[in-house]
Ligand binder design. Structure first.
Ligand code: E4P
Length: 218
């Protein structure tokens, strides 16, 4: 399973990378705005800075919503670095743009997926990744993890190479359940990844080991 971090914050990206378990980064326009990144050149420079930290897989989202502008913006984003994956929203022109960019060997991540039908369309268009949003479905009392399971089953049935990138992951149980279901990737904030470290028996066990060692060697 791949771990992506869902942020545009360079410090958090570096911290997750330094842990040695990071496979990529996802951003979106809201996350870029949260970091105060604005203006085409600043946006491109920020994506480049992210690419310079990680080994691969940096999702950069287009702002355009019509086919021509989306492919132009996607091609511009892809030029920033080979690590860029162009993130395209699940709309009609987005599906066409995914088909086109895939034919140009540009990797894509189809975002804002909330149904199995949308995931099927994205895979048929050739998306490299599909991003179903678990937390936002849970927020409206629809089971987000059930959607991940449906998509994993559908892709398995037909051998689609599109990877299921579970997004809008809010806590460790989302992440663990995605792993049980067999999602290819999860993207989540830094605290969800670091929370995986925690167990009280680890803390008390280590404390006892160190105390016993100290006693034996004093
Ligand atoms: C996915 O790529 C999105 O950036 C993200 O996971 C959305 O998460 P949110 O619902 O917590 O904003």
């Amino acid at each position: 399973m791949k771990f992506f971090i869902d942020t545009a914050n360079l410090k958090d990206i570096q911290e997750a990378y330094d842990l040695g378990v990071l496979d990529g980064v996802t951003t979106n326009p809201s996350l870029m705005a949260k970091e105060g990144i604005k203006g085409d050149e600043n946006v491109k420079a920020h994506y480049k800075a992210i690419c310079d930290i990680v080994d691969n897989n940096v999702s950069a989202e287009v702002i355009a919503t019509d086919f021509e502008s989306m492919i132009k913006e996607g091609e511009e984003l892809a030029k920033i670095d080979d690590k860029i994956v162009v993130k395209i929203p699940m709309i009609k022109d987005g599906v066409k743009a995914i088909k086109y960019l895939t034919s140009q060997e540009i990797r894509t991540n189809c975002t804002l997926i909330f149904s199995p039908g949308q995931a099927l369309l994205a895979a048929k268009a050739g998306a490299s990744y599909v991003s179903p949003f678990i937390g936002r479905l849970d927020d409206i009392a629809i089971d987000g993890l059930a959607l991940i399971e449906q998509i994993v089953n559908i892709y398995d049935n037909y051998g689609f190479s599109t990877e299921v990138l579970a997004a809008s992951v809010r806590h460790t149980m989302h992440l663990i359940q995605c792993a049980e279901i067999g999602a290819d990737v999860v993207t989540c904030p830094l605290n969800v990844i670091t929370s995986l470290l925690n167990h009280p028996l680890t803390d008390s066990g280590l404390e006892k080991f160190l105390a016993d060692h100290k006693k034996a060697n004093s």
